[in-house]
Ligand binder design. Structure first.
Ligand code: MN
Length: 503
């Protein structure tokens, strides 16, 4: 994955000629200072690039078209230091396709009580300039994030940073390729969906590749490549005697390494950002990829099991959003519960494929039988997820729209060891409570699969949904089932009608 510092957001200040050159020079100087401060902020992982103050319809249109065609530009921040009549912005905003933040700030934090006069009032009038500006975005039905507060405040910078992360993940999706080895798991509904809609609405392509071609690539892997991977395994994981050289299961580890090398090479050759596979279609493969899929996720690939291409794409997007933050991101599945009313817990895992980026400690490399798929015993990394607040996100296809559901959860250290559990796991308590969270998730149609993250927040995911123009349903400490049900009903009406408004 590319470092987020390779991307940029453009800082665009609106004004007008009315104030004369002296005021406009001051506006430009203040804007430059704000842009430079945001650029230097550790909370904003992308570059913030100052752009000349906008005072005419032509320059605004030119700038928006330039933003559209500059690959490094993932979004724009607009702000009106002064008043900037918004009819000037119509043509530019109409053509803008990049994500946007409307920053409602003011150069000065405090009113200069003793000195305030009309010149000061005319120069520092974002309070009404941004209202005129907000009207035109809203009038054009163009969604954007609105961030309010003084530009030096940490909270304001963090909100712009969350947007920048979401905007970068969105840019990463545009033109991305996701590979499907085999089709969707037979008869499963939620993991399927409309790939044409996804490509049109979300920007990424999902195409099928023959498992036989993957097997051919795996067969071409050299003994040296396998040795190199085994050396990496030995350095990074706890290896029991039976999986080490000379151990009874060593051959299985070599087979797994061969699969990983072949899979990695195949994905690079296709230029894919993620992939799906299914245990129902492994013809010619010795094992279902376990450690291979786990390590490819850790490298930044999106992954979805059982043909779940939407989750594969979402895992990739969430990984991009979380770049450089503490805590990892993984493909995840709600698996089983502890239903003690005094301490209800959700045990999430998958039969193999959980990303080691979320591990609390050094993972153990183990080989165990897999009771599904009819292949040889696969190698996998076994670990507990690190404790802490996390999000679990599910992207589903409602037929007329995509819906993103996000549950806020708190990962805990399991109250008891589970020595016979042969897979990585995350144990959590969902917010606001088990009953409400499960009721809301199920009413919303959320999948059993999710993109789980210890680093990416609900705010980033909400910004991402806003950018994508898709439905967003958070389940958090404030969720109440009666209100949630009403939101589901209201959204059905909204998404049925929202293409019909004349602008
Ligand atoms: Mn699954």
């Amino acid at each position: 994955m590319k470092a987020l510092a390779n991307y940029e957001i453009w800082f665009v200040t609106g004004s007008q000629h009315l104030y004369g050159p002296k005021t406009l020079e001051q506006v430009a100087a203040d804007s430059k200072e704000i842009a430079a401060t945001l650029d230097a902020s550790a909370a904003i992982p992308v570059k913030v690039v100052f752009k000349p103050v906008m005072v005419s319809p032509d320059s605004i249109t030119e700038l928006m078209l330039a933003a559209n065609t500059t690959p490094a530009c993932v979004g724009i921040v607009t702000w009106c230091h002064t008043f900037s009549p918004s009819k000037m912005w119509i043509n530019g905003l109409k053509q803008l396709v990049k994500p946007a933040v409307q920053l409602h700030t003011q150069y000065n934090r405090d009113i200069p009580w003793a000195d305030i006069d009309m010149d000061f009032m005319n120069l520092n009038q974002a309070a009404h300039g941004d209202r005129e500006h907000g009207f035109i975005w809203t009038r054009l039905r163009k969604d954007r994030k609105v961030v309010v507060g003084h530009w030096k405040e940490a909270k304001v910078q963090e909100k712009i940073g969350a947007f920048a992360r979401a905007a970068t993940a969105w840019a990463d999706w545009q033109g991305a390729r996701f590979v499907r080895f085999g089709d969707n798991m037979r008869e499963v509904a939620v993991t399927d969906g409309d790939k044409v809609s996804a490509q049109y609405k979300l920007g990424f392509a999902v195409n099928y590749y023959a498992v036989g071609d993957l097997v051919k690539r795996i067969d071409a892997v050299s003994e040296k490549e396998i040795d190199d991977l085994i050396a990496q395994y030995e350095a990074a994981y706890v290896m029991a005697a039976d999986v080490k050289k000379g151990g009874a299961k060593y051959a299985s580890v070599r087979d797994a390494a061969k699969i990983e090398a072949g899979l990695s090479a195949f994905l690079k050759e296709v230029g894919a950002k993620g992939y799906t596979n299914t245990f129902e279609d492994l013809y010619g493969m010795k094992q279902l990829p376990g450690i291979g899929s786990q390590r490819l996720m850790a490298e930044g690939y999106g992954f979805g099991a059982e043909g779940d291409w939407k989750t594969a794409a979402l895992v990739r997007a969430v990984k991009v959003m979380g770049t450089g933050l503490q805590g990892g991101t993984s493909f995840m599945e709600d698996y089983t519960y502890h239903l003690d009313p005094a301490n209800t817990l959700n045990l999430a895992a998958h039969m193999l494929e959980v990303c080691p980026s979320i591990a609390a400690a050094k993972p153990k490399l183990e080989v165990h039988p897999l009771g599904i798929g009819g292949k040889e015993d696969p190698a996998r990394l076994v670990f507990d997820a690190a404790a802490g607040p996390a999000t679990a996100a599910s992207l589903i296809d409602m037929g007329n729209r995509f819906r993103l559901i996000v549950d806020e959860v708190d990962v805990i250290k399991p109250p008891h060891p589970m020595p016979k559990l042969p897979v990585a796991q995350a144990m959590w308590k969902a917010r606001p409570d088990f009953e409400t969270a499960c009721t809301a998730w199920i009413l919303a149609g959320g999948a059993h699969h999710s993109a789980f993250s210890l680093s990416v927040t609900t705010e980033m995911l909400e910004d991402f949904a806003t950018i994508a123009g898709i439905e967003f349903l958070p389940i958090d400490a404030d969720t109440k089932i009666r209100d949630f049900k009403q939101t589901l009903r209201t959204n059905e009406v909204y998404y049925a009608l929202n293409k019909g408004w004349a602008i």
